[in-house]
Design a protein around this ligand. Structure first.
Ligand code: DER
Length: 235
């Protein structure tokens, strides 16, 4: 499909430009765009270098690394990462991202922060000017199970009366993350989404919040595949 082709285009461009020969530790994100990152790493022979190790950001990401027969590492073995490449749900004009559509944003943010360079790859739907304009699901918030009702109440009070606990589709009950936590999806009004860093700090301070799916001042560049086969780069 056009969307898959645009994901592939973004991923290949980012790998060619940012997985430099001297880089030894590569962070691999989660979601449906990152498989094209691994595809390019393999096809370009960038995994043949046996001292190049790949760090996962989720169970899914680990499975992707293992199935591609790449060398699997752990972030406690490799606390400093050369480059992390990951997807996003939406990216604004100054590279702030909504992430967590796949409920993986805690480990993703750890690896994004641990990397010297954090690169986002996405299809054209994610290229936006104000967060929340295209991605309507709300800001993903990972919360401790014990505290979810209190966090939900407080998120309602700080500006998201429509916030909900994320329920699973093929499992009875809520989504449970790789870390054993719940996820709250919290839509906020546009004027609050125009200052995502302030919003991030307010949500993060709520007791029981583990991590917030707003990545502010983190990405060094974002690559978007377009429907016409071109690539848009933001940096
Ligand atoms: O959940 C996540 O943070 C993923 O990275 C998500 O934001 C991107 O997933 P996609 O590449 O399948 O759109």
């Amino acid at each position: 499909t056009v969307i898959e082709a645009s994901k592939r285009l973004a991923a290949w461009t980012a790998v060619d430009r940012h997985v430099l020969p001297e880089y030894k530790v590569i962070g691999i994100g989660s979601g449906s765009t990152v498989p094209y990152v691994v595809e390019r790493i393999v096809s370009q022979g960038l995994a043949r270098n046996k001292d190049r190790v790949f760090i996962p950001t989720s169970f899914q990401s680990k499975e992707l690394i293992v199935s591609a027969q790449l060398l699997l590492g752990d972030v406690d073995q490799y606390p400093v990462i050369d480059v992390t490449i990951d997807g996003a749900d939406e990216v604004d004009e100054t590279l702030n991202c909504i992430k967590g559509g796949g409920a993986c944003h805690l480990r993703e943010k750890v690896l994004a922060e641990a990397a010297d360079t954090f690169i986002v790859v996405a299809d054209y739907r994610k290229n936006s000017d104000v967060l929340g304009k295209n991605f309507k699901q709300g800001v993903p918030i990972e919360v401790a199970q014990f505290a979810y009702a209190k966090v939900l109440q407080n998120v309602h009070l700080v500006g998201s009366p429509g916030a909900t606990l994320r329920m699973a589709k093929s499992k009875a009950g809520p989504v449970v993350t790789d870390n054993g936590n719940f996820v709250i999806d919290a839509p906020f009004p546009e004027e609050m989404m125009r200052d995502p860093y302030t919003l991030l700090t307010r949500i993060k301070m709520l007791t029981g919040v583990v991590e917030v799916g707003l990545f502010c001042h983190m990405a060094k560049a974002a690559y978007f595949g377009n429907q016409d086969g071109s690539v848009t780069v933001k940096w």
